[in-house]
Every structure is written in C-alpha cells, then in structure tokens.
Design a protein around this ligand. Structure first.
Ligand code: HEC
Ligand code: HEC
Length: 359
C-alpha cells in the first residue's frame, strides 16, 4: 500500500516538479491492473466520456484519447482531474478521499491505462507562467473561442475554461498546448496556424487571469508577505484541531472551521512556488519543499503558534516539510492538511489568487 502511495507521489513528481527531488519511477501497469482499469472505466466513465473514450456522449465530456490531451496531461492533469474532479462541472472527484469510489491504486491504474490505450508519449511541459497581453487575449477570446467555450468561460461544446478548479490545477503550458494543437477528433481546432505565437500567449494569459473569477482584471506576480508577517489572525486563540490523525493530519473541514473561527495559525504552501502564484488558501505563504531549511525555520514564529502545511501531492511535499520543521526546528504544533489543496478545492473550500498579504 505504502509502496503504491509512493508510486503515486512519483507520478506527480515526474509530472513537473524539479528533477532530482525523488528517484521517481513511473509505476507499471500490470495486466491485472489494466483489466480492472478497463472495467472501472466502463463502469464509472463511459457514461459521459463514451465507451471508446471518444468524448461528448454526455455533458460535453471531453475526449480521453486525443493525443494532445494525453501527451500534455499525463500523468498529473489527468490524475488530478479524475481524483478531484472539476468543481461546478459534471466532472466529479473519483478518489475515495473526497467520497469517490476509487482507491488511490485504482486511480493510478486508470490513469496509466488511459495513456496506454491512447498510445501517446508524454510531453514534458514546465510550470512557468506564460506571459502575454491580457486585454489582447480577451479580444481574441471573444473572436475565436466564445462560440464553444461561452462568453464567461462557462463551457458548452467546449470545456468550462473559466472553472476555478481547472485553472487552479492546470499549468499555463497545458492550456497553451491545447490551444496550439487542438484536441484531435473533437471540435477543438488547432490554432497553431490560425493565431500567431504571441496571440496564443495572449489568450493563454487571458485564461489564466480568470483564475479568480471571469471578471477579474489582471494577474500580476504576487509577492509573499515579508518574513515575520506570516501569522493569520495574530490576535486569535490557538486552533482546536482535536487529535491529529497519525500524529499530523488535519482534515479540510476542521481546518476550514478553525480558519472561520479566526484562530491564530500559519499556513504553509509547500508546492513549487509557481503553484502558490496560481492559487492558494487565503493567508498561506510559500515555503516550498525545496526551500532553504535554515531560513524557513528562522522565519517561523517560535511561540507555539500552530503551523499547518499543505501541498497538492496531496501530502508528500507537506509531509516532508513538517518532518524537517519538527526535526530541525523543534516545532511541535505542526500539522499537514490531509486532502491537500486539490481535495480542499474539490470539497468546495475557497482559494485565492490575490495577494494574501493585502487586506
Ligand atoms: C457525468 C459525466 C462524467 C462522468 C461520469 C465522468 N466525467 Fe470526466 N469529465 C466530464 C466533464 C463534463 C468534463 C469537463 C469538465 C470541464 O468543463 O472542465 C470532464 C473532464 C475530465 C477530465 C479532464 C480532461 C481535460 O480535457 O482536461 C478527465 C481526465 C476526466 N474527465 C476523466 C474521467 C474519468 C477517468 C472518469 C471515470 C472515473 C470520468 N471522467 C467520469 C464529465 C464526466
Ligand atoms: C468549435 C468549438 C471550439 C472552438 C472555436 C474553441 N474550442 Fe477549445 N475546446 C473545444 C472542445 C470541444 C474542447 C474539449 C475537447 C475534447 O473533447 O477533448 C476544447 C478544449 C479546450 C481546451 C482544453 C481544456 C482542458 O481542460 O483540457 C482549451 C485550453 C481550449 N479548448 C481553449 C480554447 C481557446 C483559447 C479557444 C479560442 C482561441 C478555443 N478553445 C476555441 C471546442 C472549441
């Protein structure tokens, strides 16, 4: 079990986190695993995505065999979409952690199986933001995309591009890849020869700028709050997390309750910092899993304030940070968000893409 959990972490690490952080190996799909995945697919997915993964059978569910989706989305975007769903669309979360029918192992096998069936090789894309002119992108969107994706990105024939869960969890490079290459054998055209590279950047930047809502004005790289200003609700009481599962895990519902009760704490976003830029839990500061440990330890309050770490793995990066905070910093009041930020988003708790340090 732990073995497979590590494999899942490996999938996510392979998907985009800097190399060298894990001796990651792609898990292998066994024949038995493939057989079960095929059954699970027919049982849970064929209804909307079609018996042959062709898409558009119900609810405009996209194709799950187009080359451009599989090559750019495997394994991370696919695995995340299946596990946590796209809140506000017909695509629900299928992992048991958010109430779905699939175990983590089954989900890994299904993700691997989708790639095997499509036969598309993985294209590694970075997590860097695509720079572009948002207002030019908005005009291009109105001209070329509205008919299928809706005036407010609500979707239609095409995917709901204004969906915050989608935008929070897919890198710019994935969006751009879809626009350049289209989705083979679906209505989504390739724009490579219809728009220039910089126009494609503009429309990508425009989509990204909608991460906080379709009417948001602009996206800027945000600066995290300065050292020493990490504490949320500095005048609040200590949170009551109850008994932490396995000595460190707090659930999304308990964390949300304590944040609403204005309890004093520090929230650490331990993902690669570009993901903090895309969206984070309000008030969270980026201390990525690769941060300088001494600096991180020195920047955190030593007065017993609770420190809660989260990531999207959903726990691997946060677990590693809390481990060294405990070992090297002797911080006792530390916890990890069990569901990670994806579980948090898919359970309907809020995230922000605004500057958490501004009122
Ligand atoms: C009730 C209909 C429905 C069912 C059942 C369903 N999906 Fe989906 N799925 C959707 C819709 C609709 C979307 C597009 C959501 C959006 O607009 O962002 C989607 C999106 C996805 C995506 C993201 C694709 C992309 O282009 O980004 C993946 C991957 C996916 N589904 C896999 C699955 C798998 C695997 C199953 C079965 C375990 C499943 N879905 C079951 C409706 C469904
Ligand atoms: C003729 C209809 C149509 C037009 C026009 C169109 N799209 Fe699409 N788009 C789709 C469909 C349908 C999908 C889902 C593809 C599938 O079935 O796999 C999609 C998928 C996408 C995706 C992938 C989303 C995901 O989660 O995988 C992106 C990004 C996208 N479109 C952006 C755009 C942009 C930007 C434009 C305008 C420049 C545009 N599209 C124009 C129909 C269209």
């Amino acid at each position: 079990m732990t073995h497979r959990r590590n494999m899942w972490v490996a999938i996510l690490l392979l998907a985009g986190l800097p190399a060298g952080h894990a001796a990651a190996q792609m898990p292998v799909l066994t024949e038995e695993g493939a057989r079960q995945a095929a059954d699970n697919y027919q049982r849970y997915c064929a209804l909307c995505h079609g018996p042959n993964r062709e898409g558009h059978v119900n609810d405009h569910a996209p194709s799950l065999r187009s080359r451009s989706l599989i090559e750019s989305g495997f394994p991370m975007v696919l695995g995340e979409a299946i596990a946590y769903g796209r809140q506000g669309t017909a695509m629900g979360g299928y992992i048991d952690e958010v109430g779905g029918p699939l175990t983590r192992d089954q989900l890994i096998d299904l993700t691997l199986w989708l790639q095997r069936e499509a036969g598309a090789e993985r294209v590694k894309l970075g997590l860097e933001a695509v720079a572009g002119d948002v207002s030019s992108g908005a005009a291009l969107y109105r001209q070329h995309c509205v008919e299928c994706h809706g005036a407010n990105g609500e979707g239609g024939t095409g995917t709901a591009l204004g969906n915050p869960a989608m935008l929070a969890l897919t890198p710019d490079s994935f969006l751009r890849h879809a626009i350049v290459h289209g989705r083979q054998d679906t209505p989504m055209p390739a724009f490579a020869d219809k728009l220039s590279a910089s126009e494609i950047d503009d429309v990508t930047a425009f989509l990204r700028s909608r991460g906080t809502g379709w009417t948001a004005e602009k996206r800027e790289l945000r600066r995290p709050p300065p050292l020493g200003q990490y504490v949320i609700n500095p005048d609040g009481e200590a949170p009551d997390f109850g008994k932490l599962a396995e000595g460190r895990y707090v659930s999304a519902s308990v964390l949300d309750r304590e944040l609403r009760a204005k309890r004093r704490m520090v929230l650490l976003d331990t993902r690669v910092t570009s993901m903090w830029q895309m969206a984070h839990i309000d008030g969270a500061v980026p201390i990525p899993y690769y941060a300088n440990r001494e600096e991180a330890v020195a920047s955190l309050p030593r007065d017993g304030t609770w420190i809660v770490a989260y990531c999207e793995c959903p726990r691997a990066a946060a677990d590693s940070v809390v481990k060294w905070l405990r070992e090297e910093g002797k911080f006792e009041h530390t916890a990890v968000l069990w569901e990670g930020i994806q579980g948090w988003v898919s359970l309907g708790y809020p995230v922000t893409a605004g500057d958490a340090s501004q009122p």
